[in-house]
Design a protein around this ligand. Structure first.
Ligand SMILES: Nc1ncnc2c1ncn2[C@@H]1O[C@H](COP(=O)(O)OP(=O)(O)OP(=O)(O)O)[C@@H](O)[C@H]1O
Ligand SMILES: [Mg+2]
Length: 254
């Protein structure tokens, strides 16, 4: 029986950690340090979505070119070209330096027009660091921050603008009915916050964290579901392997 309220990733060992899948319509922050498998996880979510669950997906990358993304997952046996031809899968590649304040709206409009059910943004960190640079001052309530007697250094204003952008972006996403999204976030290995902006982990409905364990053992990557609203989620650290078939979230050893 298909549970209409859960969006299955179909990723080996993962769905059972989150009550069968992500809550439908949720925004999930997928945070991890470099090379932990964030992009592969996002692509597998979309590939399985299209092939197993017949849901249309959009992958937005600010890091890699479309062909590069398609080639890198071919090693896992995922034929993205044919899914793209069938319009079950879309890839939007936007160089970071070409991100504009309108980019977020363009992504939303594309999702609505093409009946996208699964969205992956790679990464929210890059989008939120670049998009607000071009935001008009009337949109960011600069007057709330600056008055005649106070001086704010540019980085503080920059952080505030980035945060406001993230709130607005995630709220816009939630308003699109029936779209479940993974927002990839670049986390540093030992930071106080899960994200660089320090707020997206609070705003998103779910947070998954992947880290490198440099202490040795069979698997060096570890995944934990840090938060999942409306879900009785698993709270353990799980070894994460990348095999020739994709992501494999292992059971913890007793
Ligand atoms: N075919 C494969 N088989 C096994 N492991 C692979 C394969 N392809 C990639 N990997 C592993 O996956 C890692 C890259 O995964 P991915 O691109 O998803 O990481 P990421 O977290 O998105 O990294 P970044 O932060 O740099 O974007 C590689 O460093 C490599 O260790
Ligand atoms: Mg990546």
């Amino acid at each position: 029986m298909i549970d209409l309220n859960r969006v299955k990733t179909g990723i080996k060992g993962f769905d059972q950690l989150v009550d069968g899948g992500f809550p439908k319509g949720s925004c999930i922050l997928f945070a991890g340090s470099p090379g932990t498998g964030k992009t592969i996880f996002g692509m597998e979510f979309l590939y399985n979505g299209a092939v197993k669950y017949k849901e249309k997906g959009l992958f937005v990358s600010f890091e890699q070119e479309e062909q590069n993304i398609i080639n890198s997952v071919r090693l896992f046996g995922w034929d993205m070209d044919s899914l793209i031809k069938k319009k079950m899968m879309h890839i939007m590649s936007i160089p970071a330096e070409e991100i504009k304040s309108s980019t977020a709206k363009e992504i939303m409009d594309f999702c609505k027009k093409n009946n996208i059910k699964r969205l992956v943004i790679d990464s929210l960190t890059t989008l939120s660091a670049n998009a607000p640079i071009y935001t008009e001052t009337k949109d960011v309530a600069v007057k709330d921050l600056i008055n005649e007697n106070t001086f704010f250094s540019p980085p503080i204003i920059g952080d505030a603008i980035t945060r406001r952008f993230i709130y607005r972006f995630i709220n816009m996403l939630r308003k699109i009915k029936g779209i479940t999204s993974i927002l990839i976030s670049e986390a540093s290995e030992k930071s106080e916050y899960l994200s660089k902006d320090g707020i997206s982990e609070f705003v998103c409905d779910g947070v998954i964290l992947v880290n490198f364990d440099t202490m040795g053992g069979d698997f060096s990557r570890q995944l934990i579901v840090r938060k999942m609203r409306d879900t009785k989620n698993d709270e353990d650290l799980h070894p994460l392997a990348i095999t020739n078939k994709g992501i494999d979230v292992k059971k913890i050893k007793m």
